[in-house]
Design a protein around this ligand. Structure first.
Ligand SMILES: [Zn+2]
Length: 452
């Protein structure tokens, strides 16, 4: 009875802490001169106030201006683990259309329907707070980890991502080669596959690469009243149409095949027959995934999206330079080079100059068998006993990709149940989370850390 009362009390405190941290608008902006760094300073000093035990038990270093690296010394050397989260959030400039203001951390409902609203609840202050609550509870219980546990909290995940790169460089300097790195990514979700009624914990074992590819056409300018046969803009448009008509080759990467088999084995008998023989039914599955949804299409190939177009500044002058930026997301098994080759072949025009900007290769694939995977799966099972645990390839980019340089076991998983409706609020209006979800996240991290 006493234990229950104590847990209720610390759950209430945990929610208070989360709300306090949501209320600090640590908004990331691509234009760094627009960032209010005083909010980031406030966030760091508030963490010290809310978690005095954590701050005295762990060493705390500020990296790259505002990223945080905390180290909890274990009993024996080596085999370190890193738990990651980030505390910058995307902007919520459309504040008026939110049901509750984005930085008010309003709580509505009660019991299982109690919800905390605000930017950063799901992405990613919820996880950051859950990690700190778990560590704090373990400290109260007198726990010391077997091996060092690092907490790595980025400050610009949503934009530059330099914090994560610097955190990795710092760990490298210290000679740390973690046996486990866990960052945000997949979640516990429902209705992933047709015929599957159990919730599924999808754990990212890799992520697609990315490159912004610029297509540039230069021609002499002049007055728009006497245009040449093919203007720079027309040539660029032709190139883009050609690219659109030639999708990247499709294939099912190994972790995706495994996901289909793992989740599909819990489907209805007919679908189970197909899904568990995914390798045999590869061709029909490819055809299905190409057409089923934009998301399934992105799972089986490199994608290219024209995101920016630039040409003449005035309505009556020919463009001397027409530029398109194509955001490409590179499939596992492909590469930046192969992506550029495909685009050049599709465009087939030497006057269109094609270059890659800020490229990053697809991430190496972390194992979905073996002791570290088992450790993660067991922690998921302890909190979500009904959940199927499956690997998957993340379609977006995360800070975790930097950590593949120092660890072979990098996983992307947020231990929160998210409905499709809640997932749709990520980076959008009305971001929110069930309080029970947040509390189960604390239990997940606690269970995991106890076994590290
Ligand atoms: Zn995030």
């Amino acid at each position: 009875m006493e234990d229950e009362a104590a847990e209720r009390h610390s759950d209430a405190l945990a929610l208070d802490h989360l709300r306090t941290l949501i209320r600090i608008p640590t908004v990331s902006r691509l234009d760094e001169s627009m960032i209010d760094w005083s909010q980031f300073d406030a966030f760091i000093s508030t963490l010290a106030l809310l978690y005095p035990r954590v701050h005295s038990a762990m060493s705390v270093d500020v990296i790259d201006g505002h990223a945080l690296l905390l180290r909890w010394a274990g009993r024996s050397a080596g085999d370190e683990s890193v738990l990651m989260a980030h505390y910058d959030v995307v902007a919520a400039d459309d504040e008026a259309v939110w049901t509750h203001p984005p930085f008010a951390a309003t709580v509505t409902g009660s019991g299982a329907e109690q919800i905390v609203w605000g930017r950063g609840t799901l992405d990613d202050k919820g996880a950051l707070t859950a990690i700190l609550e778990a560590v704090d509870r373990l400290l109260v219980a007198g726990f010391t980890p077997e091996h060092d546990v690092y907490l790595s909290f980025g400050h610009n995940e949503e934009t530059a991502g330099s914090g994560a790169a610097e955190l990795v460089a710092e760990l490298e300097r210290r000679g740390v080669h973690p046996r486990l790195v866990l960052d945000e990514g997949g979640a516990v979700i429902d209705h992933v596959f047709p015929g599957v009624t159990r919730p599924t914990a999808v754990v990212g074992v890799s992520e697609k690469g990315m490159a912004n590819v610029t297509l540039t056409v230069e021609r002499s300018g002049g007055h728009a009243s006497t245009p040449p046969r093919m203007t720079a803009t027309a040539r660029l448009a032709r190139a883009l149409v050609r690219l659109e008509k030639r999708p990247f080759p499709a294939s099912i990467p190994a972790p995706t095949l495994e996901m289909i088999r793992t989740i599909g084995s819990h489907s209805t008998p007919v679908l189970r027959f197909v899904f568990t023989r995914a390798r045999v039914f590869r061709l029909p599955l490819l055809a299905l995934f190409s057409r089923l949804s934009d998301e399934t299409n992105a799972m089986i190939r490199t994608t290219a999206a024209v995101t920016q177009l630039r040409a003449s500044d005035s309505a009556n002058a020919l463009a001397e330079r027409a530029v398109a930026v194509v955001n490409t997301r590179i499939a596992i098994g492909s590469s930046v080079d192969a992506t550029l080759r495909h685009i050049r072949r599709a465009v087939r025009d030497p006057l269109v100059v094609i270059e890659a900007d800020a490229p990053s290769e697809p991430s190496p694939v972390s194992p979905s068998t073996g002791p570290i995977w088992q450790l993660l799966s067991n922690a998921v099972a302890a909190v979500h006993p009904r959940a199927i645990v499956s690997p998957y390839v993340m379609l977006g980019a995360s800070d975790a990709r930097h950590f593949t340089a120092i660890s072979a076991n990098v996983y992307r998983f947020t231990p929160f149940e998210m409905s499709a409706e809640e997932r749709a609020t990520l980076h959008a209006i009305d971001e929110r989370m069930h309080v029970s979800t947040f509390l189960s996240g604390i239990r997940f991290y606690r269970t995991l850390i106890e076994r590290l």
